[in-house]
Ligand binder design. Structure first.
Ligand code: ZN
Ligand code: ZN
Length: 192
């Protein structure tokens, strides 16, 4: 679900990456954009191999993932970039995306998918990156170093927040309130 009013964004078709989310108006640095809502799936019971749309699953807890409603516009439409202008902030277990810097009108909003380093389990790998940034590594998989750094940061953050209540098979509910601005943290830049 987008938390940012729709005067700020719209869905457009991209050249090579299917749909994407674009700024209709300038978005200030730190602005919270969305909450990744959807059905709470028990990953132990989920047949990932037989669902191509499984790539939209978002980590929630070690047992649960979020499966978004693909018929509605939502943060699952944000494309990956090696130099994204949005980043992830975990708030009561919910995955929020926020603007990492000022985003100009007509810029595409992008995130890092923060995929684990490429190994033999990702085969065939369809995570080639077409972000066209100067820093493009050609893959959406993170390097080992970056991945480790991110995991460490997330583990520390996890200790500080409480995950909201949820029920397997039901929709994750919107929170009663959200932060409006996320403060910058050097870790975000160091991941790019
Ligand atoms: Zn892959
Ligand atoms: Zn790239």
């Amino acid at each position: 679900m987008f938390l940012l009013k729709d005067i700020y964004w719209e869905i457009r078709k991209t050249k090579e990456k299917g749909y994407g989310v674009f700024a209709k108006k300038e978005i200030k640095a730190g602005t919270v954009i969305s909450d990744y809502l959807g059905k709470v799936i028990n990953i132990a019971e989920y047949d990932l191999d037989n669902d191509k749309k499984g790539l939209y699953l978002m980590y929630f807890t070690d047992q649960a993932s979020i499966y978004p409603n693909l018929t509605k516009p939502g943060p699952h439409l944000l494309n990956h970039s090696c130099k994204p202008n949005c980043w992830v902030y975990i708030y009561h277990g919910h995955t929020l995306f926020f603007a990492l810097r000022k985003i100009k009108r007509d810029e595409e909003l992008t995130i890092s998918y923060l995929l684990s380093p490429k190994d033999e389990t990702c085969n065939p790998c369809n995570h080639n990156c077409k972000c066209e940034s100067k820093f493009c590594t050609g893959t959406m998989h993170l390097s080992k170093n970056k991945y480790k750094r991110w995991q460490k940061f997330q583990d520390e953050e996890k200790k500080k927040t409480k995950i909201t209540k949820f029920v397997f098979g039901k929709n994750l509910q919107k929170l009663t309130s959200y932060p409006r601005i996320i403060q910058n943290n050097p870790i975000y830049q160091s991941m790019q």
